[in-house]
Design a protein around this ligand. Structure first.
Ligand SMILES: [Zn+2]
Length: 383
């Protein structure tokens, strides 16, 4: 979430819905922007709160995403991830007690979990063989739920070219936004700014534009999700991220510039499988877009998609703007101890929690560290 004001962190998950795909071939893909594989959609049930999903990972796979979803009102998370040799490469008990965030899938947040593995370039790599995912479902009072259904879908990425990547996006405007030529043009120019920011990370963003007739001007919170968002994502390609643009996210008074449906977000159709961006708070006091406003809108797009592909804020700030003690799990985003320190150390980072550049004279907020770039390229939808 990127804010005009400092608000508490809201963590959310994308929601995976099962849909069946055939097995793909298992050849490596190393040139151009290749499709990912949606595989092995299945339903499992918990025994004493936990269910195990096993996945045959092809030898040339670079990354995978397991999208899982339990019943509304329950809490689903990934308890452990085991590599084919039986080693535990990620455990929720390690990360739930940490002040660093690795993946929302390991936290107890809601009925959706999207685990991208590996997350960082320093995590154990994906190897061919049978991977095991232990999923846990809790009730709202924290009880382990027995015989609880979980639907899962696995996505595999075979792009072995790690130095660069491709992201595809569908940019869908609300009808009134699309009908205003100046707004439509501002959105297109802002997407160009987003493409410029990601090009620095070696990621080529392709976007196709459209109008979502049912999209309201005041967008629903992506992190709360909606049936409309699930429908919209189901009409996109597997690897296509969906960005919806309206006047605001949940009303301009919230101060929210944009919001992502998950960290990371789902590749499968899901109630939270979108990023939402509101144009009004970017348009300045005069309500129209100049070049600086367009840069800001494009940087918000880049920030929110950054969340969707797995980036947390390098530092979380409390309601007074002071460091809250929570950070990302990357080692090359500097630590900081006070509001001023944090602004100095990280204020030009794309993933700083709020917008820091509002006019033509400030330094643009578009920097990414090497590890942040690796997270973007490591998302299973980055091909
Ligand atoms: Zn944010």
């Amino acid at each position: 979430m990127r804010l005009t004001l400092v608000l508490p962190l809201l963590l959310t998950l994308g929601l995976g819905c099962g849909f069946l795909r055939g097995e793909g071939d298992e050849l490596p893909l190393d040139e151009g922007c290749q499709p990912i594989l949606g595989l092995q959609s299945r339903s499992v049930r918990t025994t004493l709160g936990t269910a195990t999903v096993q996945a045959d990972v092809p030898p040339f796979a670079r990354s995978l995403m397991l999208s899982a979803r339990s019943e509304p009102g329950t809490y689903l998370f990934v308890e452990r991830v085991l590599a084919p040799d039986g080693s535990v490469v990620a455990s929720s008990s390690d990360w739930q007690s940490q002040t660093e965030f690795l993946s929302s899938a390991l936290l107890v947040l809601g009925e959706e979990a999207n685990l991208n593995w590996p997350v960082r370039d320093i995590d154990p790599a994906l190897t061919g063989g049978e991977w095991t995912f232990e999923l846990t479902v809790l009730s709202s009072s924290g009880q382990y739920l027995d015989d609880e259904p979980i639907r899962t879908t696995l996505f595999i990425n075979r792009d072995v070219d790690e130095g660069e990547g491709c992201l595809s996006a569908q940019v869908l405007m609300s009808p009134a936004t699309a009908a205003d030529p100046a707004l439509d043009e501002a959105v297109r120019q802002a997407v160009a700014r987003w493409q410029e920011v990601y090009a620095q990370a070696g990621v080529q963003v392709s976007a196709r534009f459209g109008t979502a007739e049912a999209l309201p001007e005041t967008l629903d919170h992506p992190y709360l999700g909606s049936d409309l968002y699930e429908t919209i994502k189901s009409e996109a390609q597997d690897e296509e991220l969906v960005m919806v643009i309206g006047e605001s996210v949940a009303g301009a008074s919230t101060g929210i510039l944009g919001e992502a449906g998950g960290i990371p977000g789902s590749l499968a159709p899901a109630r939270r499988a979108v990023v939402g961006v509101g144009w009004l708070l970017h348009a300045g006091a005069d309500g129209s877009f100049d070049d600086t406003d367009i840069d800001g809108l494009g940087e918000t797009m880049a920030h929110e998609i950054g969340h969707y592909v797995g980036l947390f804020h390098p530092i979380e700030l409390d309601s007074s703007g002071r460091p809250s003690g929570y950070t990302d799990a990357l080692t090359d985003t500097p630590d900081c101890d006070s509001s001023t320190d944090c602004l100095n150390a990280l204020g030009t980072n794309l993933m700083y929690p709020y917008r820091t550049c509002y006019d033509a004279n400030c330094t643009r907020q578009d920097l990414l560290t090497a590890q942040q770039e690796a997270v973007i390229r490591g998302y299973t939808g980055s091909r």
